[in-house]
Structures are given as C-alpha cells and as structure tokens.
Design a protein around this ligand. Sequence first.
Ligand SMILES: Cc1cc2nc3c(=O)[nH]c(=O)nc-3n(C[C@H](O)[C@H](O)[C@H](O)COP(=O)(O)O)c2cc1C
Length: 225
Amino acid sequence: MDLKEAMEARHSVREYKDMPIEPEKAELIKAEIERINKEGDLNVQLFLDEPEAFDPEILIYGKIKNVKNYIAMIGKNADDLEERVGYYGEQLVLFAQTQGLNTCWVGTTYKKMHKLMDIRDDDRIVLVIAVGYGENEGVPHKSKALSSVIKGCRDISELPDWFIKGAEASLLAPTAVNQQRFSFCMTDDSKVKADPGRAFFCKIDMGIAKCHFEIGAGKENFEWA
Ligand SMILES: Cc1cc2nc3c(=O)[nH]c(=O)nc-3n(C[C@H](O)[C@H](O)[C@H](O)COP(=O)(O)O)c2cc1C
C-alpha cells in the first residue's frame, strides 16, 4: 500500500483488538518517529501495551475503546506547533495504515499519561493518536464539496490538475469533528496558499490537510506560499 492508497483506506477507528503491535512494526514506527522528530523539531513518543493511561471516560467526544498503544504528539511551544503536529502526525497515521494498522486522532490527554512522558522544558503535549489493530476499518466520512475548499483567485476550471488532486486528497484527511474548515488558493505566482479557517483544532487540521495535499498534488509540483 502506498501513501495515496493509505489516504483512501484510512478512517478513524475507535475500537481496538487485544492484539499487540509486532516488535518489527513497532521498530518501523519508532524509526519514522525519529525521522519526524528531527525534521519537524518535535518530541513525539510512542507508548506500547500501555492500557492504563488512556481513560475513555474522559473524552471531549467520541467513544474510543480498548486503546493500548498511542503516539503522544509533543513539541516545544511555538506559534506553528499545532500545524507541525498535524503535518507530521498525519505522516505517522498514514505510515501506520501502510503497515495494516488503524488509528484515531484524540484531542484529549490524561494525567496518567503525562507521568509516563519524557517532557522537556517548554514542551507542550498537544494531543495523542491511538494506534493498533482495529475491530473494524472505520467508515468514510461525509465530505464537503471540492469547491468549498478551493478559494479565491482563479476559477476551478483554470486550475492545474495537480492542484485539484491535492484538494481532493485534502478532503480525505481527518479533521476534528469532521469540520473541514481549511481551504487552498493558488496565488498569482502559482504557489499554494493554505487557510486554516476558524475553529477549535483548526491549525492541527490545517497541518493534516497540507500533508494530504502534498501527497495528492505531488510535492515536486508546487511550493507553499
Ligand atoms: C485534531 C483532531 C482531534 C480529534 N479528536 C477526536 C476525539 O477526541 N475523539 C474522537 O472520537 N475522534 C476524534 N477525532 C477524529 C475525527 O472525529 C475524525 O477524523 C473525523 O470525524 C473524520 O473522520 P475520519 O477520520 O474517519 O475520516 C479527531 C480528529 C482530529 C483531526
């Protein structure tokens, strides 16, 4: 499965089997985490077979059952931390999908978890991603129309194919409460400008949607404005 297929196959999964992640797969995920921590200047950490810390009773929304493994998205506090968490976290989500694993972004963290984490000065625990073998593969979310995430500048019929593919891929992205508030616009110098919109978690959603846009459009075809 490549990343485009992973974007299509991925849906939030909220119930997990009692099946551990095999050590070889865990090592691959750890290697990806090491890569994104370097590239994205983050302090992301993987917790395996650690069911105690995840308390499904205290969730902002959604019923998530039997989470034994999770990825804690942590980084030094900065204006762009949330967008980076979204962008790099989604790379991990899609990587997990290519390994036959399921995921769910979870906008809540727990005190019990915090005790297990290696937190540096100025670090902020942004949220977690549940990961494991799902009881199901989840279901495709309802999606906004393509035209509602393409804003400004040009008529859709004048946009290059790669831009449309990027926008279509962004609509497959997970967003908090499926809000899909982000939009993309092509500037006069043919760069892509992304707008998070306004909503709770919208900067994280923006990073996630940018990750999808790049995979759909092909990173080599454009630059971010
Ligand atoms: C930043 C963020 C936070 C989320 N928090 C939760 C959560 O706390 N509980 C939950 O059940 N789902 C959560 N989700 C999952 C979304 O509800 C889900 O991505 C959205 O409904 C779209 O569905 P899909 O992921 O299956 O495509 C979150 C997603 C994102 C991106």
